[in-house]
Design a protein around this ligand. Structure first.
Ligand code: ZN
Length: 116
């Protein structure tokens, strides 16, 4: 079994209001502590017995629009990265620094990606 699920699947699987497990609440103002951490109803296929009345998942059309936006951003970013230019601010990358699991462009400190 693949450990990494396709991006298209992941985009459609998360509630539109989800902000990340390290935040206190979602965009709808619901505190994550309301639910058991292992069974957030923010994830469509987690078999949670808990429900959230504010849960709202992207439609197939919305997921496709997100995929096109992401693919466009990647097509813009890759040529810049290969030339040593930061894809976010378009300034030259003098060096890259690793902090935790992330890699940053220096001196602008924009995040370039993960290191694993
Ligand atoms: Zn930058």
């Amino acid at each position: 079994m693949d450990l990494v699920l396709p991006l298209e699947y992941q985009l459609g699987n998360w509630c539109k209001h989800f902000t990340g497990r390290f935040q206190k609440q979602c965009r709808a103002g619901i505190a994550y502590m309301t639910f058991q951490a292992s069974a957030l109803p923010c994830l469509k296929d987690n078999c949670s017995t808990e429900t959230c009345t504010h849960a709202s998942f992207p439609t197939v059309t919305e997921v496709q629009a997100q995929m096109q936006e992401i693919e466009g951003l990647i097509k813009q970013a890759l040529p810049n990265l290969s030339k040593g230019i930061c894809p976010q601010c378009r300034k030259p990358i003098e060096r890259k620094e690793i902090e935790g699991f992330s890699q940053y462009a220096m001196p602008c400190r924009h995040r370039l990606g993960t290191t694993f």
